[in-house]
Design a protein around this ligand. Structure first.
Ligand SMILES: Nc1ncnc2c1ncn2[C@@H]1O[C@H](COP(=O)(O)OP(=O)(O)OP(=O)(O)O)[C@@H](O)[C@H]1O
Length: 274
């Protein structure tokens, strides 16, 4: 499913003050590709993600999925359109601590039209757990008994349980230990390869975006200042802000350089494992 954002504006008001979080944003996220969204803190990335799933209402413009608008608030039970799912930075915030991993995933599985028998649902839960690199027996465990990386895998399995067509991931690994970030990113990459799902990846990590995303959009002050194929944007940035973002990665300080190289080692690892 392709996503077209056209002239979207979102303003937050509090009392007499108002803040333009999205300013005439126009953006294309093609079907079956991973589109990265980068930009400094406060540039509007999370607001855009929330508007894409319909948690936030837009003030102007339109968001089309395969040419049709999203239908937010379908019903109380199916609060949002299941075709578009959001993965948050902190998986704990989206996982009910009183439900087992299996129950959390089954909740979504039940919403799939063909989810008839209990047996079918159970085997689908096992399949989803295995798809994100967990074990079928993990279905019985509660969120607190998993590591952060494992919890994010459960959140991904849960989002995938409703068989969405678009997965929006808002900084999905930035709260995780560096050692497990690549593993969770590999899960997303494999999902995209296997299911052909459209993924929107919000990340402050340009190395991750360069490696995983075929397209990238650069946000600055609520606007998309540049977008296109990742290589083209990174190799020949047109906008000053993109250039400064890329320059900021090429740090001359030897200590930071070493830290950065170690980080790239991680990415080389997950590049090779793919
Ligand atoms: N609910 C809200 N009410 C008022 N202002 C908000 C609200 N949500 C976001 N904003 C403001 O909108 C702007 C964009 O915020 P947003 O969280 O989308 O940025 P971001 O690029 O995702 O930042 P970060 O990388 O730090 O998460 C910020 O100035 C923020 O303070």
């Amino acid at each position: 499913m392709s996503v077209h954002v056209t002239g979207v504006t979102k303003r937050f008001r509090s009392g007499s003050r108002s803040h333009l979080a999205l300013d005439d944003v126009t953006l294309v996220m093609p079907h079956g590709e991973i589109t990265g969204i980068v930009g400094e803190s406060g540039s509007g990335k999370s607001t855009l993600a929330r508007c894409l799933v319909g948690i936030e209402q837009i003030d102007a413009g339109r968001i089309d999925y395969d040419g049709s608008p999203l239908q937010p608030f379908l019903s109380r039970r199916h609060r949002y359109d299941a075709r578009v799912q959001l993965i948050f930075q902190n998986p704990m915030s989206s996982l009910n601590p009183r439900m087992t991993a299996g129950q959390l995933i089954e909740e979504g599985v039940r919403r799939v039209p063909r989810a008839r028998s209990a047996d079918w649902r159970r085997s689908r839960v096992s399949e989803l757990l295995e798809m994100v690199g967990l074990d079928a027996t993990d279905a019985k465990r509660y969120p607190h008994s998993f590591s952060g990386g494992q919890r994010q895998r459960i959140a991904i399995a849960r989002a995938m349980s409703v068989e969405p067509e678009v997965l929006i991931c808002d900084e999905p690994v930035s709260a995780l230990d560096v050692s497990v970030q690549a593993q969770v990113l590999n899960v997303l990459r494999d999902l995209q390869r296997q299911s052909g799902i459209t993924i929107v990846l919000i990340s402050h990590d340009l190395a991750v975006v360069r490696h995983l995303c075929s397209r990238v959009a650069v946000m600055f002050g609520g606007r998309v200042v540049e977008q296109g194929p990742t290589e083209a944007v990174f190799d020949s940035p047109v906008h000053d802000y993109t250039r400064s973002l890329l320059d900021a990665v090429a740090v001359p300080d030897p200590r930071r350089e070493r830290a950065k190289l170690a980080e790239f080692g991680e990415y080389r690892e997950f590049r090779q494992s793919g």
